[in-house]
Write a protein that binds this ligand. Sequence first.
Ligand code: ZN
Length: 743
Amino acid sequence: MRRSLAPSKIGVLVEKRKNEENEEWQPKSKKQHSKQKALALYCPTEHLSPFRHQFTSVKPAIVLSDAASLSSHEELIKKILSKPFKVPIPNYQGGLSRALGVRRSGARQPLHDPHGEGALVLWAPQELSAHQQLKTDMEKYPVHVVVDPILSKVLRPHQREGVKFMYDCVTGVQIEDNYGCIMADEMGLGKTLQCVALVWTLLRQSPECCPTVTKVVIVCPSSLVKNWHNELSKWLGNRITAMAVDSGSKSEIDRNLGHFMSQCGRRTQFPVLIISYETFRLHAAVLHKGEVGLVICDEGHKLKNSENLTYQALTQLRAKRRILLSGTPIQNDLLEYFSLLHFVNKGMLGTALEFKKRFENPILRGRDADATDEDHRKGKEKLAELLAIVNRCIIRRTQALLTKYLPVKIEHVICCSLSGTQQALYQKFVASMLSRGESKRDTFSSLAAITSLKKLCNHPDLVYDKCVERAEGFSDSLALYPADYTTKVVKPELSGKVQVLDTLLALVKMTTTDKVVLVSNYTQTLDLFEKLCRQRGYQHVRLDGSMSIKKRAKVVESFNDPSSPEFIFMLSSKAGGCGLNLIGANRLVMFDPDWNPANDEQAMARCWRDGQRKPCYIYRLIATGTIEEKIFQRQTHKKALSSCVVDNEADVERHFSLGELRELFTLNQATRSDTHDKFKCQRCVNNIQVRGPPEGSDCNSDLSQWHHAADKKGLADVILKQAWGPAVTFAFHHKSHDQVKTV
Ligand SMILES: [Zn+2]
């Protein structure tokens, strides 16, 4: 801002300043008198530059005549004047970080102190003795690469290890001539933060005292684009400006991407591009034009099929360093291994054909039922060989690590009975669907039927319209609603689950200071929750898919503030609660199960995460003996197998035979929990758990290894104990870990 002056000019300036000071502080002359009077009232001199003249001489008469207006006006001015000096260029952060490459005399210096407290050193030069130093040109000697302390001070031990691992991989230290890796930490371990630390280091440092990379592309599902943007600014503030590209016209996107690619030099305006997979694929041509230093693919298991267009568009990106992030363990599928590894470290496993010959064929032959002992041995050997290669560039840690830092989480699966109205509607619907039989299968929309039943399990309100319309399966059902039925108010007693929810909420509200996150699959259910909240006078917020990032962040921040009045945060499990940090709440209700366990897990991880200080309580509600229990059973089953999602009619056709559909629809009214029945549980006698869960089990274990409760005895959560009523038929519960008491 201020240019340096030639020595001669400084002299002049000092002289001038002296004169001004003399004028001001020697108010002898009459001409100066009124000005001094005004100054005495204003007294703002301390805020003003001594180089500037006061402006108080303007109309002093008014200032002196009206005492009242003076005081308020004075306040205003004071306020303006007391604001700290601001650089008039938005986002200017001059001086925050040292520019690289500035030639300094003597030895080169690392950007951050490698010997500082808690310093995370990613690379260190060979130590030189004093004698060696004399013989070495220290101006060319490599320097330490040290993670910026603003980040290393927040990294946990496993995250430090992760950053180091990725750094070693992308710099070719881990495996010679290979510059990629897979970071497969489970959700909640801070994959994003580890990447932020790596990216920031690579953009600023290298042993050669210059950036390792100048441009980074982060590719992720479109629901996470904003999240990445927020995370970067959360950890790095204005040190970095990322370009997030998700929506806009084709030409606008092309222009932005073109700008990103054309940047060059050490300090680019937008060193990081965040882009969705789809946008990447559609605009790949622009991105293929130049080179980027590093590409990070979030939710990278999307790339397990090397045939798809996104995969191909990404492989063609000229990026030497590649990181794939995935929270889902890689299935024991050989081709999946191949495509993921081939993406990050091309050629490490040879071409697809070579891979087939070298690994896939012998391994599969060894697994074959008629395999000879020799085949078997060879297959095993080859698998071990493959894993040895693979494990050198994959890092995966589980959530078990987290429990060390987090408060206890108690998870419940609560089976809730249907109300009489629900039961009647359910049975009528199912009977009508099943009576149509095989011949009408083609007009029988299984997915629509499943959706209707799931909605009915939530509350009869959700299918009321269908009954009025006399839609398929509901044509004679209107009469099943109570005589005084109205959609104007929510009647919790018409649904077992809503009844349990309503009680839980009331107890939490009245007996604790806790906040609650409410999750459902259906916007219609969220509408119903809102109605209920209004009835009960609960302040609530609802995350809307259409909300801008800014608004979203604001809503979340406000909710997380313990002093804010919002009691409930509503979330759709589909609209991607992923990435949301709702640690202001320590209780979470999953009101209905999703087909895809990943969706539910994402939603459940909103509260029990970094920063949470209170014990957490998760309540998953499922309607006893209904389709929900069956979805839930499939879900837990699916966890063990490969994940598949039932999202469309074709999936339903693929996953369910007619017999299975019949099974799925049948209402089992005679049970407390269909799921528990299926376990043929040996630990329970006459609905009493006589033997506790096995040692070492926790809420990640299979439900058969949780606590089983047919009554409220033995529940760890006081709130559920009090809420336990006729609508609850059974509960599974377990905790995350035994908390070590810390003083
Ligand atoms: Zn049991």
